[in-house]
Design a protein around this ligand. Sequence first.
Ligand code: 5GP
Length: 120
Amino acid sequence: PPSHAHSPTIFDKIINKEIPSTVVYEDDKVFAFRDITPQAPTHILIIPKVKDGLTGLSKAEERHCEILGHLLYTAKLVAKQEGLDDGFRIVINDGPRGCQSVYHIHVHLIGGRQMNWPPG
Ligand code: 5GP
C-alpha cells in the first residue's frame, strides 16, 4: 500500500485556511475545528499543524509523544470551552478497520448528547 507519510491531505488546506472551517481553538502547534459532518451536537477535530509523518496513531514514534499529549490536553480545553461538563467522547480512528478516512492524525471530540458503549 502507498505510504501516506508525506502526502498532503485536506486538513493541510484547512490549517492554511484555503478551505474554510469553523475554528474553535488554535495555538502554535494544534488546530481545532468543527467536523463538517457532525455526529453529535458538538463534534470537533483536533489536529497537529505539522503532521511530521503522523498519519495516524499507529505510526506514532517516540518523538511524537509531546504533540500527542498536546492534542489530548487541547481536547480537554475545548470540551470545557464547549460546556461539555457532563462528559464527552474522544475518538481516534486508525486505518481501514478503524474507519479512518483522512491520513493526518486527528482527535474527534464528540459530545452534547448521551454516548453509547460499546461502540459499533
Ligand atoms: P476519520 O474518518 O478519518 O476519523 O475522520 C475524518 C473526519 O473529517 C470526518 O468526520 C469528516 O466528516 C471530516 N472532514 C472531512 N473533510 C472535511 C472538511 O473539508 N471539513 C471539515 N470541517 N471536516 C471534514
